[in-house]
Ligand binder design. Sequence first.
Ligand code: ASP
Length: 597
Amino acid sequence: MPKSDTYSPLPPWPRTDYCGTLRATDTGREVALHGWVQTRRDHGGLIFIDLRDREGIVQLVLNPERDAKSHQAGSEARSEFFVAIRGTVVRRVEGTVNAELPTGEIEIAVSAFEILNVSPPPPFPIGDEDTAAEEVRLKYRYLDLRRPAMQRNLRWRHLALRAIRNFLDDLGFIDVETPILFKSTPEGARDYLVPSRVNPGKFYALPQSPQILKQILMIGGLDRYYQIARCFRDEDLRANRQPEFSQIDLEMTCPRPEEVQSVAEGMIAAAYQRVLGIDIKPPFPRMPYAEAMERFGSDKPDLRFGLEIKNLTAAFAATSFKIFAEAVAQGGAVYAINLPAAGQLSRRELDEMTEAVRTRYSMGLAWIKAQDAGWQGPIAKFLSDAERASAAGIADLKTGDTMLLMAGAAGKVLPVLGDLRLQLGSKFGLANKDDLKFLWIVDFPLFEFSEEDKRLVSVNHPFTAPHPDDLHLLDSAPASARAIAYDMVLNGQELGGGSIRIHSRELQLKVFELLGLSREEVLERFGFLMEALGYGAPPHGGCAFGVDRLCMMLCGTDSLRDVIAFPKTQRAVDPMSGAPSEVDPRQLRELAIKVTV
Ligand code: ASP
């Protein structure tokens, strides 16, 4: 076994092949391999070692009669030792061929074997299955990365990005890097701040996206920009969020929204083609935001199954059932989901669902079952025959179906029914996982009212252009104005989105005012953009797509962390390096920063 002071940083011989690429057609070749010991089986005389590199595994045979020295070294090898070998590719004898392994028809008769580094037993097996807890996988990420699944994911990510880069390059997009040390770029999250030593008391903000910079690139005459951009958002991390993530970010001069959408469709199609060999066929269907909310209770509807929401308000317009009547009188509506007879919920499940809606949303959920003998359920007796007939007609209710009903303000009821729809879809396995249902959600509202801040906030970001047909609403009813904004959705997940931007200084100022920013604040925070807009800024627009989410969909995994080499945990910690960590008091002094916790 080599002592650490005898380790050479140079391999004893250059590699000729990857372990995993050798085949029967290589029989007779002399090869030199480098790799990790997966397993070692000592059969008395012969030692068998599975040697692994990024391309896969090949079996080594160490025969003391062929080379006693390498047999001795091989007997000392353990799992995850890194070794260099030389040998001859030979066919395996009949009966020992392993059809499971791409290299299973051959093995390497070893003539030289050197251990280049040792390893303690790894904390989890380096195999296909992720058997270890995620904290452990992240702490020993270098071992986790050796697993074939992670190798494949990172390689697919690379292939997808290469395909997208090539696609955009062919269309004349120019890859421009933008700064990481910048100023606050509002995307609705908290900023990560970096203190400036040379400007004590001042801070950079890490970009939440290169939004303003890419707009300035259009003003700067680049015409078509793209970047695989790193973005930073200091949010409370929900399951599938990372504090830093990558976007395919692009911007075009004078595009119509359809042109941006067609570029985005093309790049996603290129990625699917390159990685999975799947031909997806743009253009994708378009659905206005209002319709998506009304039919699916979501701005990212999963179209792989039905269970659409039905508006039953007309059936109950004159009802004497108090709860529905009050909702309608207050300008609300009655909505329902009709669960067909094929998939039914038990009485207990219905009660549990009602209870869950009550505790989670403080809202009421009612249900009725359509039986031969009529409607059954707690509220059935309050509804007249005419109301039942009309509701059944609208919802296409058939005997054996169950209908879930909610009444209230559309904005409150629809998202809840949208959630229930997804829960039911997953409970009854309605979504085929091989289906790819792409669509664009268009015509998002420009603003929404924030109950928390008691003012309008941007649905997208404040640079999004109002829909030209709705410009007049900015003065009278800004909350009803639509934006020229669009999101691409796949199977209920938002893949990306963008908008046409405001290129007029006056309009941008007006939008900032509607958002409650004073002129001073605008100048202080965005003065540079306002000034730039004044210098012949061309109309422009673009979009950004989440690389991590796209790769997650391509790889068929449900965790973003499986497609990021070094992700953070939900607490924004890197268990491998221990970041974030305390710093030297001297560094803090230099930065004029005092820690108060
Ligand atoms: N900057 C936006 C985002 O990061 C995308 C865009 O409008 O292009 O979501």
